[in-house]
Write a protein that binds this ligand. Structure first.
Ligand code: ADP
Length: 240
């Protein structure tokens, strides 16, 4: 893989909490246009990795490169505007605002007029098939609908890369398959994804390449079948 094809790359990325090394020199390169899965036992450092890459945590060592530029230590909003979006495991929409208002609240800073922004909100809500609840308060949404709204808010920034923390967790099966379809569609249109997901069925259908974390380290990478045959991976899961 040449560097030209790499959109997101960490080199020896390290994050410690006191004596605990939650991310231990993680080197990982994501190709433009792929869907990268990240799996690993609970506590293996997956969410910490997202937080360190997207600027929510200051790394203790190593670097992050995004789209040809070193972005180590950049603030989350600056990275988001540069094209690196992310969602959280626990979603938290503004509950007393409507779905549409939640979308409009995203600061896009891109010189769009208010009409253009409203049109874009309409397009995204339609794409995600939540336009019928656009004027309902977010508090009434199901967990899965809230996940779609959060994805919608990220899409307002026209991201090149979206990092999704457990997009299928707590979502009913019908909505789960819709979320997967949307991810595939966006990916077909060129958006790169990095996805943490515990559900191995989801991971198998979604990811082009899977990275495996164990005890803060990046221990294996390959397609789903390859990594599930890997001895170290089996040990990480069975031994953990
Ligand atoms: P995963 O997402 O793979 O379940 P995490 O990244 O959440 O793993 O956690 C990795 C390790 O870092 C765990 O041992 C966890 O307890 C610890 N950890 C995560 N966040 C913090 C924090 N803010 N403060 C202290 N320890 C943390």
């Amino acid at each position: 893989m040449t560097d030209r094809d790499t959109i997101l790359k960490t080199t020896d990325l390290t994050k410690r909490f006191g004596a605990l090394t939650a991310n231990d020199e993680i080197s990982l390169a994501v190709e433009r246009g792929e869907i990268r899965g990240i799996i690993g036992p609970n506590g293996s450092g997956k969410t910490t990795f997202f937080n360190t890459v997207t600027g929510f945590y200051e790394p203790d060592g190593g670097t992050v490169h995004f789209d040809g530029e070193e972005v180590t230590g950049w603030e989350p909003h600056r990275l988001a505007r540069r094209g690196l979006g992310r969602t959280f495991q626990i979603v938290s929409p503004f509950k007393n605002m409507t779905v549409r208002q939640n979308m409009l609240a995203v600061q896009t800073d891109d010189g769009r007029s208010r009409e253009e922004k409203r049109d874009r909100v309409g397009e995204i809500l339609e794409f995600l098939e939540i336009d019928h609840i656009a004027d309902n308060e977010a508090r009434g949404m199901s967990g899965g609908q809230q996940k779609l709204l959060e994805l919608g808010r990220v899409l307002m920034l026209d991201p090149d890369v979206v990092m999704l923390d457990e997009p299928a967790a707590g979502v009913n099966p019908a909505l789960e398959s819709r979320i997967m379809d949307h991810i595939h569609e966006l990916n077909d249109d060129g958006t790169t994804f990095v996805v943490i997901e515990h559900d191995m069925h989801v991971m198998k259908t979604l990811a082009d390449t899977v990275s495996v974390f164990d005890s803060g380290r990046h221990i294996a990478q390959g397609d789903f079948e390859e990594v599930s045959q890997d001895e170290a991976v089996r040990e990480a899961y069975l031994g953990g």
